[in-house]
Structure formats: C-alpha cells, structure tokens
Design a protein around this ligand. Structure first.
Ligand SMILES: Cc1cc2nc3c(=O)[nH]c(=O)nc-3n(C[C@H](O)[C@H](O)[C@H](O)COP(=O)(O)OP(=O)(O)OC[C@H]3O[C@@H](n4cnc5c(N)ncnc54)[C@H](O)[C@@H]3O)c2cc1C
Length: 343
C-alpha cells in the first residue's frame, strides 16, 4: 500500500513525488518507459519566463518558479550528489527588424547593437539590438532528470519503470485503482503527470506539439549566453555542447527528425551565431510538448476527489517544475489551493 501513486516519471511526476515524500507521504511512481525520457529528455532546459513572453498569472507562475530554482537545485544536489548543470547565464533576445527595434527600444531591458555584441561576441550582423534578460537562464534537463531520479531513490520513493497504466478505474467521483501492465495498483490518492500522453487516460484537452532539436559542439566555448531568437534558440552548455531548437509542429506523435526541420533550425541558428556553421553536429532528436488550451498547465483538483492533475506544461515544464511540485503538494498535504492553481 502506498499513500500516493504518481502516474508518469517525467520532470513533473518526479518533482512532485519528491516534494510529497519530503512532506512525509509514501509515494510510488509508475512510468511505462524509463523515468525522464519523455519531453523532459527532449527539452532545451531554458528557464525563460521573460524570453518566452509569458503574460499575466502565467508570467507570475514562471517568475516564482525561476526564483525557487537556486534553492531547489541545491537541495537536489545535496540529496543526489549530482550536478544539474544549472547556469544563470542570462538570455539575449535579438531583434532583427527596424520596426521591432523601434517598439522594443522603449523596453527597460533593451540594449543596442554594440551593447549586444559586447554582451556576447560573434553574434550575426543582421542583429539590430536585443533584450538582455540577465535573470533568465538554463539547466541541463537531462542531468536534472538523473538528479531527480537519484534523489527520489534516496528518499525511498518506489519507482516502477516499464509499467504502463492502461486505465484509471473510477467509481462515481473516486478513483478506485489503476489497471496496469503489472496488474491492479491501488492507493489513497493519484497524481496524473503523463505529459503529452495524458489524453489516453483522461478526457483532458492535451495534445502533443512536436519539437525537433539538434546539438553541435563548440570547442572554443565562446558562446556563454543563451540566445533566444524569433525562429530558434541556442543554448550553450558548460561542456561545449550547444543545443539548438526547436520546431513547433502540430502533427500528433509523428516520430523522427526531418530534413526540413533540421535545415530550418540550422539556417536560423547560423544567421544568429555564424560560428555554428563550422561546428560538428553531435546529435539530432525530437520530443512532444504537452500542449493545453491557452498554453496554461492543467493543475490541481479534478472531477475525482482523489485524483490530482499536473499536466499540460507545454513549452515551460522544466521552468515550472519546482512551483508545480510545491502547489500540488500543498494541495494534497495541507488542502491549500494556491491562487496560482486557478489561472
Ligand atoms: C523540443 C522541446 C523543447 C523544450 N524546451 C523547453 C525549455 O527550454 N524549457 C522548458 O521549461 N520546457 C521546455 N520544454 C517543455 C518541457 O520539456 C515539458 O513541458 C516537460 O518536460 C513536461 O514534463 P512532464 O513530466 O509533464 O512530461 P514528460 O517529460 O513527457 O513525462 C511524462 C511521462 O509520463 C509517462 N507516461 C505517459 N503515459 C503513461 C502511461 N499511460 N503509463 C505510465 N507512464 C506514462 C511517459 O512515458 C513520460 O515519461 C520543451 C519540450 C520539447 C519537446
């Protein structure tokens, strides 16, 4: 018997399981594959509420989560003994048209062309100015996933990998058990954190939005800031890997990289940071963002009293993980409904 069953072992399921366990709950994670291999593995790891131009309560949600990051990472590093590649390196959001430059020159974070080149050498000539967002940054999402898994194990969270949930069995307004590839699983409460695949278990308006990505290797390590351009972003890791993303494709769960997708990313990235043209390509991959209406995560209570929702984080699930884990845990353990849960 376990107090809480978390369905889905991505960043949202893992972070929530850890927060619940730290508040004394006995938690099990059910993951049909290997934890951290869904969108969590595919992401770029930007922590970018400002560069992403989030608005209103969603911006507040993102800013609060970004603020939580340093302490959250320290605690995960203590628990796991692993580095997470957290780097508050700042983001440059370049401007390419005179029209945008005129509008954005009023923005408090605007810097002109020469200031942009001073911030980061080697930017493309077509950049007319940029926004400099020093508090946005990045984390190595794959390293973070490993740290979360190790921390979860250190907290004695039971992780059932290779177990698919086929059905959330319900009786009136309660979940009674899960039908899974390992038989029936039962618990007091359930947290649904199945990302882009949520709809196969519950009729929620979540759909996959595919993103193709690639990485190159920068032996010189001269790129030290994330560059967030209108058609691509470029994320330098501290080990010299540069992650370039991402396409936005409404094509269901279509697998694989395409020539057009990778060509588009490379052409855009080379225009922004020309040195990329000579860097070796090290990897290509793709993933599925869990898109929810108005790009707002679906969090908190459901139609079933013992089923809590934590899904639909779309483009910002890496950023939103600490605040999601906290809000869902406060709701389950203390019954506190954070105003952030009702956007
Ligand atoms: C290309 C790309 C780039 C991105 N870049 C960024 C970024 O820079 N910054 C940012 O903040 N966010 C980014 N995101 C978004 C972020 O990755 C997601 O919002 C986040 O990973 C969602 O986490 P999750 O745990 O909900 O989903 P996932 O990581 O997809 O995890 C869901 C898990 O549920 C499991 N599962 C599903 N169905 C079942 C079932 N029936 N039974 C058992 N297990 C099941 C899956 O196997 C999976 O492991 C990006 C996403 C993509 C695809």
């Amino acid at each position: 018997m376990t107090d809480i069953l978390v369905i889905g072992g991505g960043i949202i399921g893992l972070s929530t399981a850890i927060a619940l366990s730290q508040r004394g709950a006995k938690v099990t994670i059910v993951e049909r594959d290997i934890c951290g291999k869904g969108a969590t593995w595919a992401a770029a790891g930007m922590l970018a509420p400002e560069a992403e131009c989030l608005e209103g309560s969603l911006l507040e949600f993102g800013l609060r989560s970004r603020e939580m990051y340093p302490q959250w990472i320290s605690s995960l590093m203590r628990l796991s003994g692993l580095d997470c590649g957290y780097w508050c390196c700042g983001i440059i959001a370049p401007i390419f048209s005179e029209r945008d430059r005129l509008v954005l020159s009023q923005h408090p974070k605007y810097i002109d062309k020469s200031q942009s080149h001073q911030r980061q050498s080697g930017l493309g000539d077509s950049i007319l100015g940029s926004l400099w967002l020093p508090e946005d940054g990045q984390v190595s999402n794959r390293k973070l996933a490993q740290a979360l898994i190790t921390a979860a194990r250190a907290l004695s969270i039971k992780i059932l990998e290779g177990v698919t949930v086929y059905e959330i069995a319900r009786d009136r307004d309660r979940v009674t058990h899960l039908e899974t590839s390992a038989g029936k699983l039962q618990s007091d409460r359930y947290v649904l954190a199945t990302g882009a695949w949520t709809r196969s278990l519950l009729a929620l308006p979540i759909k996959p939005i595919k993103g193709q990505m690639l990485s190159v290797f920068d032996g010189d390590r001269k790129l030290q800031k994330v560059i967030y351009a209108p058609n691509c972003y470029i994320v330098p890791r501290q080990d010299g890997t540069i992650v370039i993303g991402a396409t936005v494709e409404d094509k269901g769960f279509a697998q694989g990289n395409t020539g057009a997708g990778i060509a588009q990313l490379l052409n855009n990235a080379i225009a922004v940071y020309p040195a990329i043209a000579d860097m070796p390509i090290t990897e290509t991959w793709w993933g599925f963002r869990p898109h929810a209406p108005n790009e707002i995560p679906i969090l908190g209570v459901s139609d079933y009293e013992n089923l809590i929702l934590a899904t639909g984080h779309y483009r910002n699930g890496i950023l939103f993980a600490p605040i999601t884990a906290k809000c869902v845990t406060d709701l389950i353990v203390d019954g506190i409904v954070d105003p952030m849960l009702s956007f």
